[in-house]
Write a protein that binds this ligand. Sequence first.
Ligand code: NAD
Length: 306
Amino acid sequence: MADQLRFDNQVVVVTGAGGGLGKAYATFFASRGASVVVNDLGGSFKGEGGDSKAADVVVNEIKAAGGKAVANYDSVENGDRIIDTAIKAFGRIDVLINNAGILRDISFKNMKDLDWDLVMKVHVKGSYKCARAAWPYFRKQKYGRVINTASAAGLFGNFGQANYSAAKLAMVGFTETLAKEGAKYNIICNVIAPVAASRMTETVMPPDLLALMKPEWVVPLVAVLVHKNNTSESGAIFEVGGGHVAKLRWERSGGLLLKCDSSYTPGAVLKKWDRVTDFSDPQYPSGPNDFITLLEDSQKLGPSEQ
Ligand code: NAD
């Protein structure tokens, strides 16, 4: 039964676990038998400063409840040190939850290189460095589970978040590739776009909405995805928050094949715009070869009338 999922003898690394969603993951996995690395730099939500207290408080809470946890205060940019902490303290790593994040929201017109670079550094480089350091262990033991953290801002765009949107959609491509490369080694990677009340959202959402979005309500999906029994979902995108859990996928319009001769002009594309954008007979591609197969199939049928 789902509510009995256990993580005994497993080592879980949670980045950015000093508060918000990360803390909810860390305390949950510890309460279900895992040994947890509680990583947090302890900086501001804009990525400034640092303090070991954030991780220490969570470790102390876990230990007080009888669980096993160790703190790590490195920035995720030094992911190898975070994974080292897991190996030194517990001798292995089974699950990596790339959760640490910052915001540098500002309109694109006013965005500075620093706003772009810091967001890329924490979300993209940080997730890469942690996963890269865990990868050899996962491959060797033929077991690994990764959660990367995207955002609706990355999937759909959001005003004032060009940097964050770019970084968060990067998590989708990253996850989809890791899932493909990891499959042979029983390494499963999925990506979530969560919604939860945290210091990140407390200034942008009204209190009544925040009350419906406890970080703890994102945890059950993550637990299912990183559990050893999950052997089917990998490379998938989920939206989760306030108790709602849903899977997303890419959708391609039916489109059409145009004849590649002198008639293939911008005007010819424009003439067929309704067909280009017609989703009444959609396809759900899942790999780069999908388009090649589509092309081969449609070439067999010949181009649509121009
Ligand atoms: P949060 O600010 O409470 O937690 C993020 C944690 O990451 C903080 O404790 C922070 O100290 C830590 N951190 C920041 N930079 C770090 C670094 N370089 N190294 C290590 N730790 C670092 O925010 P949250 O809402 O819990 O966010 C968790 C994740 O979920 C983030 O990736 C965020 O972008 C994503 N997310 C959250 C929401 C939401 O509604 N809360 C929505 C979409 C995406």
